[in-house]
Design a protein around this ligand. Structure first.
Ligand code: PLP
Length: 404
């Protein structure tokens, strides 16, 4: 039977101490031991079911980590204080001075900035490559390369990584394939396609409420245990710990992730089909016009659709700004960075979330200045939203009114 990430999320729910339907929250930073020996064993990672200190693990963090490991089909997971906490510690767990990374060039601005600007200080270099060309990715691998880093669906251009092909390349060169699956939880199951490690920003779709920041690393037991080592584990020592109260609240939201993803996808497909028909310059993986549409269909868990992210080219930054301000005034969404929220969010990534990418590189990768990125909300009346967005586009001069 085909792996279903939503069914995995539902399996083995944890109950509370007094038969609560939700697991009890561990409101403690540290934990007691009956004997000194027990403490020693826990320190050395030799005891099962005992907790040492929350930066290492807490029961609440463990419940959320177990749920997300099940969702991605990995042996283990570790939840972190932010998506960047998950990404930076994963890189530092894998790479040391003198090592090299091959990364997609169209990735989240923060991920790009740490590889481009920060890691060179530690003598870790990165080659940024067009993710849609497996040949270019393979050609960029050097003897000191330790990982290939891609986003399953890339930010902000919505390019799709060919995960099965990249996994083969990674195996051939004995490097790890790390996939950021933040844009496509449930839709893509990268581990099942051969990836080694999946990272997420929980801040986005997985939590979905925009009330928390968080991240997760889903990987083998061996990798997660090593990253939590009190002696030399990157996660343990860099200390990007998730707060237990937050873990408990995010865990509850994972139970609506499947229905939310379906609705995000349904709304995004509706809007993009209609607006494309009207003549808008729109990018959405669910459209046959998307350059990776067929590849997406080969890889996705179909019932969750093509995701909630859309980009519309408003031609110039001036028009993009007016367009977004008008939509906000009329209540069709919020001018804000981030994504995966129940309301629609939009921003112009050229000047916003991808401003870490230099302008000439933005042009080269096709990131036009007037690009508006949408994270479609869970709007109940999507036809009304479509009509409203279209009207804003006409008024700002992005769409010809003759096509109405
Ligand atoms: C937001 C985001 C991140 C960073 O996550 P934070 O929780 O903000 O630290 C990483 N990757 C992608 C694709 C993102 O959208």
């Amino acid at each position: 039977m085909k792996f279903n990430p939503a069914e995995q999320l539902e399996k083995n729910p944890a109950f509370g101490q007094f038969r609560g339907v939700n697991p009890s929250i561990s409101d403690s930073a540290t934990y007691t031991f009956k004997t000194a020996q027990e403490m020693m064993d826990t320190f050395e990672g030799k005891s099962e079911g005992l907790f040492l200190y929350t930066r290492h693990t807490s029961p609440s963090n463990m419940y959320l980590a177990n749920a997300l490991a099940a969702m991605e089909g990995t042996e283990a997971a570790n939840v972190m204080g932010s998506g960047m906490g998950a990404i930076s510690t994963t890189i530092l767990q894998i790479c040391e001075a003198g090592d090299h990374i091959v990364s997609s060039r169209t990735i989240y601005g923060g991920s790009y900035a740490i590889m481009k600007n920060y890691l060179p200080k530690l003598n870790i270099q990165t080659s940024f490559v067009d993710v849609t060309s497996c040949a270019k990715i393979e050609a960029a691998i050097q003897p000191n390369t330790k990982m290939i880093y891609v986003e399953a669906m890339s930010n902000p251009l919505l390019e799709i990584a060919n995960i099965p092909e990249l996994a083969k390349i990674a195996k051939r060169h004995n490097v790890l394939l790390v996939v950021d699956n933040t844009f496509s939880p449930l839709i893509m199951s990268p581990i099942k396609m051969g990836a080694d490690i999946v990272v997420h920003s929980l801040t986005k779709f997985i939590n979905g409420m925009n009330d928390a920041v968080g991240g997760v690393v889903c990987a083998s037991e061996e990798f997660i245990t090593a990253s939590k080592s009190v002696m030399d584990g990157a996660a343990m020592l860099i200390g990007s710990t998730m707060d237990s109260l937050r873990s408990a609240s995010i865990l509850k939201n994972t139970h609506t992730l499947a229905i939310r993803m379906k609705k995000h996808s349904e709304n995004a497909l509706y809007i993009s089909q209609k607006l494309e028909n009207d003549g808008a310059r729109i990018v959405y993986p669910g459209l046959a016009s998307h350059k990776n549409h067929e590849l997406f269909k080969e890889m996705y868990n179909e019932e969750f659709g093509f995701g909630g992210m859309i980009t519309i080219d408003a031609l110039t930054i001036e028009k993009a700004d007016k367009f977004m301000e008008l939509m906000q005034i009329r209540g069709f969404g919020d001018l804000a960075v981030s994504l995966g929220f129940y309301r629609t969010l939009f921003n112009a990534p050229g000047s916003g979330t991808s401003s870490e990418v230099p302008e000439d590189e933005q042009q080269e990768m096709g990131l036009s200045a007037g690009l508006v990125r949408f994270s479609m909300g869970l709007d109940h009346n999507i036809e009304n939203t479509y009509q409203g967005i279209k009207q804003c586009m006409i008024e700002v001069g992005i769409l010809e009114s003759v096509t109405v």
